[in-house]
Design a protein around this ligand. Structure first.
Ligand code: NDP
Length: 249
């Protein structure tokens, strides 16, 4: 789309699943994309899968979103080399299925989820918003949340542990950001996109789960939702978009 030509979008967790689909679709729609993840070789692989004429618009970079210094360095690189951030899609996230929240050996699992799903958002949104401030307070921050950010799902494969709590935090943070951005007199939008089940690598055996007749979305279904929220006119802010497969229980 013409309006997105050369706008800079940062996508976290772009090496796999939903983030990989979003990064590819944003490039195909005119964005210059900075694709972040810990596995740089997977990002390079995703770049090679793009049509050759679009590959130069895709910038793969290693960044662990739970590491504040790495996030700062990454956004500073974007500022210097690409002029700043127009769109942030904060997608990186991990699950914690299997271990029980009440288990005594659970501290490290909880820490990892909190540091990725909550602190990762804090670090990335802060840097993106600072960049948007410098550019006349324009921009859009999309945060991939979950239906588990709105209720605690009962899953057939054991406890969901701290995961819903981390996404409930995201739900509250999106509203807090909305208020702060509005109070600061900005035009920066913030949107929560909450998927139901999506076939990705977030849990083992997801293909078998779908083969057993459980409905799951494809990563592209979420990417289409992100393109929709980004395409709304300047005065419209989609606050929450929930996308679920038909028949999900
Ligand atoms: P995947 O496991 O397929 O992909 C997760 C991505 O996040 C990978 O690219 C991974 O890259 C990246 N990531 C994880 N930790 C970090 C980190 N510390 N720093 C940088 N990148 C990181 O999962 P999904 O695509 O399913 O998940 C994407 C988002 O969607 C998550 O926020 C998840 O909570 C949400 N979601 C998913 C649902 C589903 O059913 N699949 C349902 C609802 C929400 P790398 O390992 O290379 O760093």
């Amino acid at each position: 789309m013409e309006r997105w030509q050369n706008k800079v979008a940062v996508v976290t967790g772009a090496s796999a699943g939903i983030g990989a689909a979003i990064a590819a679709d944003l490039v195909k729609n005119g964005f210059v994309v900075v694709a972040l993840a810990r596995r740089e070789e997977r990002l390079q692989e995703n770049r090679r899968k793009l049509p050759e004429n679009l590959q130069s618009r895709y910038h793969p970079r290693r960044c662990d979103v739970s590491n504040e210094d790495e996030v700062k360095d990454t956004f500073a690189w974007i500022e210097t080399n690409l002029g700043g951030t127009d769109v942030l899609v904060n997608n990186a996230g991990i699950g914690a299925i299997g271990v029980e929240l009440s288990a005594s050996d659970n501290t490290q699992v909880i820490r990892n989820v909190v540091e990725t799903n909550i602190m990762g958002v804090v670090y990335c949104v802060r840097e993106a918003f600072n960049s948007m401030k410098k550019r006349n307070f324009d921009g859009h921050i999309v945060i991939i949340n979950s239906v588990a950010g709105h209720y605690v799902p009962i899953v057939p494969f054991g406890s969901v542990n701290i995961y819903p709590a981390s996404k409930f935090a995201v739900t509250a943070m999106v509203e807090t950001y909305r208020q702060e951005f509005a109070n600061a007199g900005t035009k920066v939008k913030v949107t929560s996109v909450s998927p139901g089940g999506v076939l990705t690598e977030i849990m083992p055996n997801m293909e078998a789960y779908r083969d057993a007749g459980n409905p799951l979305l494809d990563a592209e279904d979420i990417s289409n939702g992100v393109l929709y929220v980004l395409s709304t006119p300047p005065h419209v802010q989609v606050h929450e978009l929930t996308i679920r497969p038909i028949g999900e229980k």
